[in-house]
Ligand binder design. Structure first.
Ligand code: PAF
Length: 310
């Protein structure tokens, strides 16, 4: 099988590295930044794993013609770049190609469906924690489950092939027949953790140690839970607040992806996480004041990296 990971960020490098090290498949990375692609080609991918350091030489290119048509393309870019990635990877997509998203937030599946057609799209989530330490260099910060599925709930041989290859790579993967609720379940977790860690600069575990942070986490999650209820989405867990707090504990040492973005002075995925809750709330007539404040604060932080008083 030929598999391309599009986007050598924290998750992209983790997945591409493990696929290369632990399977015999033809693994490629697509990077739209040629200079970075050259550095990763020379230096390879280095994963500071949970048990030791792993190193992998991967095929990486900014030229999609060099990569050619693939069986699976895993979109690992930030959510705000999904549309651009769709345009970039068109040479990789053939008649039997599946495009896979494990990205944070909601909205990515719709973009891929619109661009490639829902029959070619596999949606999913992963709870593996990964921190980008440099070009091609990541720390595997925590294990978690990976769940994939088709929006129409149908099972297929390709879905099982993807499940097997990801599991072989050490990313134990399940298939769900209700992938939308899995994605919403992950969204609720990101709503509680990401913006608050980015604003407070705390790691995930510390959020529950400070009562003020904890009460904001609970309020943001409660707003998201109201939307979930109104949309009649059945989450895989009964108590959203308890679930988010348990993820905080399970990933205590993690620096969330949004905090990593802020520390690296990069654009965040706020519009696809807390911002998405605000938009959904407006459409459904549900008040989301806490998510609105969190969204605006993160946007203000993003817009003012150069003006921070030292
Ligand atoms: O975005 C992240 O960092 C992760 O999705 C999660 C689960 C919040 C763990 O840090």
């Amino acid at each position: 099988m030929k598999i391309t990971v599009a986007g050598p960020g924290a998750l992209g490098c983790l997945i591409a590295g493990f696929l290369k090290i632990k399977t015999k498949e033809d693994i490629w990375v697509y990077d739209n930044v040629p200079e970075r692609a050259r550095r990763i080609k020379d230096g390879g991918i280095k994963i500071e794993g949970l048990n030791g350091v792993h190193q992998a030489r991967v095929n990486i290119s900014s030229d999609t013609k060099e990569i050619g048509v693939c069986d699976f393309i895993l979109i690992c870019v930030k959510s705000y770049s999904t549309e651009d990635a769709c345009k970039d990877i068109k040479d990789l997509v053939g008649e039997n190609t599946f495009i896979v998203t494990l990205q944070n937030g909601i909205g990515n599946v719709q973009i891929l469906n619109d661009y490639f057609g829902p029959e070619k799209v596999i949606a999913g989530i992963t709870n593996h924690g990964s921190t980008l330490l440099g070009a091609g260099h990541v720390r595997h910060a925590g294990k978690g489950e990976t769940i994939i599925g088709k929006s129409d709930g149908k099972l297929s041989g390709s879905l099982r092939d993807l499940q097997n290859v990801l599991s072989k790579a050490g990313l134990e993967t399940k298939i769900s027949k209700d992938i939308d609720s899995v994605i919403w379940g992950k969204l609720v977790i990101n709503v509680g953790i990401n913006a608050l860690t980015a604003i407070t600069r705390l790691n995930n575990g510390a959020l529950t140690e400070y009562e003020e942070a904890r009460s904001l986490l609970r309020a943001a999650v409660q707003e998201a839970a109201k939307i979930v209820k109104r949309k009649r989405i059945k989450l895989a867990y009964d108590d959203p607040i308890q679930k988010v707090e348990s993820v905080c504990k399970a990933t205590a040492a993690n620096c969330s992806s949004m905090l990593q973005d802020v520390l690296n002075r990069k654009r965040t995925e706020i519009d696809f996480i807390n911002g998405a809750i605000v938009r959904q709330g407006k459409a459904l007539g549900i008040a989301t004041p806490v998510n609105e404040v969190l969204t605006n604060l993160v946007k203000a932080i993003e817009a003012s990296y150069d003006k921070v008083v030292k």
